[in-house]
Design a protein around this ligand. Structure first.
Ligand code: NDP
Length: 334
C-alpha cells in the first residue's frame, strides 16, 4: 500500500482509505463490518473515513469498536460535521460554532478516541458566517481534538475564501472531499486547479461510482442480490443516478481495457482516480472483506496515457463534467 501526503502538510495517508458510509450501522451487520476493517488493516490500509451523520452516529461507533486496541499513532482517522445528527433539531446541523464544538465531542466519544487526524466540513453552510466556522475549526485544532481540517464538496470560490480565513486564523485547510470517478469528473475544471493553487488535496468519494464501475450491474438485468442497488436502507436511492441503461452499457466497454492491464474492473476504477496527482486518496467502501482484498490491489497501478484515452472514449457522453454540480444545500437540512 502506497502513501501520499495530505495537501501541503506533513501527514501521510494511505492512497486507499476505507470508508463506512451506508455500510456500518446500516446495510452491513456489525460482525461483517469488523471483518472488513480487519481486511483493510491486513491489506495495509491505515486511513479510515467516517462521519457523525452516517447511520446517525452508529457508523462512528462501529468503526471505533472495530479499531479498538490498534496503535492510535499508526492510524489516520477522518470524520465530518454538517449533516443533521441526533434528534435533528435546529442546532444539530450545519457549521455553527455550537454544532462544530458539540459535533467533535460527540464524534470522539463514539469513536472512543482522544483526537481525529482530519475533521471535515461535510458541506458548505450558507447560513453561518464563514468567519465563525473557520474560527471554531481553529479552536478545535488548538485544543488538539483534530490535527488537520478539511472540507467536502466546496466550490473553487469557497475553497479560496475558506483557505484565506484559515491562514489568517493560523492554520490551513489541507483537503477537499468531492465525488470523483471516471463517470463523475465535475471537479476537474475548477476545484482541482484551485486546490493545487491553495495546497489542498482531493480525498475522493465513490471512486467506483458506488459499485457501478465494478461492472456487476448489467444493462437490462436485475441488480445482483445483496448489492447496494438492492439496499432499501438508502443505498438503492443513492446509487439510482448511475443505474441508467446507457451508463451501464458504456461501463461494460471498459472490460477489455481492464483485461489488458490484468486488472479487475473495480481495481481499474480506483486506479483511475489515483492517476490524478491532486488526489491524495480514494475513499473506498465495501460490504464484504473479499471486496477490500480485491480493491487494495489498485494501489501503485499506472495506467498508460493511451488507455486513459480509451476509457474516455468508452464512457463517452455518459461522463458528468459540469462544475455547477459541486453544490451544498442552499439552506441547512434539518
Ligand atoms: P465506492 O464507489 O467505493 O462504492 C463502494 C461499494 O461498491 C461497496 O459498498 C460495495 O457495495 C461495492 N463494491 C466495493 N468493492 C467492490 C468490488 N470489488 N466488486 C463489486 N462491488 C464492490 O464508494 P462509496 O460510495 O461507498 O463511498 C466511499 C466512501 O466515501 C464512503 O464510505 C465515505 O467515507 C465517503 N463518502 C463521502 C461523501 C461525502 O459527502 N463527503 C458521500 C459519499 C461517500 P455492495 O457490495 O453493497 O454493492
Amino acid at each position: 500500500m502506497e502513501y501520499r501526503y495530505l495537501g501541503r502538510s506533513g501527514l501521510k495517508i494511505t492512497e486507499i482509505t476505507y470508508g463506512n458510509w451506508l455500510t456500518h450501522g446500516s446495510q452491513v451487520e456489525n460482525d461483517v463490518a469488523t471483518e472488513c476493517v480487519r481486511a483493510a488493516l491486513d491489506a495495509g490500509i491505515t486511513t479510515f473515513d467516517t462521519a457523525d451523520a452516517y447511520a446517525n452516529g452508529a457508523a462512528e461507533e462501529v468503526l471505533g469498536a472495530a479499531l479498538k486496541g490498534q496503535r492510535r499513532e499508526s492510524l489516520e482517522i477522518f470524520t465530518k460535521v454538517y449533516w443533521p445528527v441526533g434528534p435533528k433539531g435546529p442546532n444539530d446541523t450545519g457549521l455553527s460554532r455550537k454544532h462544530i464544538m458539540e459535533g467533535i465531542n460527540g464524534s470522539l466519544r463514539r469513536l472512543q478516541m482522544d483526537y481525529v487526524d482530519l475533521y471535515q466540513a461535510h458541506r458548505f453552510d450558507y447560513e453561518t458566517p464563514l468567519e465563525e466556522t473557520i474560527a471554531a475549526f481553529g479552536d478545535i485544532v488548538r485544543a488538539g481534538k483534530a490535527l488537520y481540517i478539511g472540507v467536502s464538496e466546496w466550490t473553487a470560490d469557497q475553497l479560496r475564501e475558506g483557505q484565506a480565513l484559515a491562514r489568517q486564523a493560523g492554520f490551513s485547510l489541507v483537503s477537499n472531499q468531492p465525488q470523483y470517478s471516471a463517470l463523475w469528473r465535475v471537479i476537474e475544471a475548477e476545484v482541482v486547479p484551485a486546490s493545487i493553487e491553495l495546497g489542498m488535496s482531493q480525498v475522493v468519494w465513490s471512486p467506483m461510482a458506488q459499485g457501478v464501475l465494478s461492472g456487476k450491474y448489467l444493462p437490462g438485468q436485475p441488480a445482483p442480490a445483496g448489492s447496494r442497488a438492492t439496499d432499501e436502507h438508502g443505498g438503492a436511492r443513492t446509487i439510482s443516478g448511475f443505474m441508467d441503461e446507457a451508463v451501464l452499457a458504456n461501463v461494460q466497454k471498459l472490460r477489455p481495457i481492464a483485461a489488458e492491464l490484468g486488472l479487475e474492473m473495480s481495481q481499474l476504477a480506483i486506479a483511475w482516480v489515483l492517476q490524478n496527482e491532486n488526489v491524495a486518496t480514494a475513499l473506498v467502501g465495501a460490504s464484504r472483506p473479499e471486496q477490500v482484498a480485491e480493491n487494495v490491489k489498485a494501489s501503485g497501478v499506472k495506467i498508460p496515457a493511451e488507455l486513459m484515452t480509451a476509457i474516455d472514449e468508452a464512457l463517452g457522453s455518459t461522463v458528468e463534467r459540469d462544475p455547477a454540480k459541486t453544490e451544498s444545500p442552499a439552506t441547512r437540512v434539518a
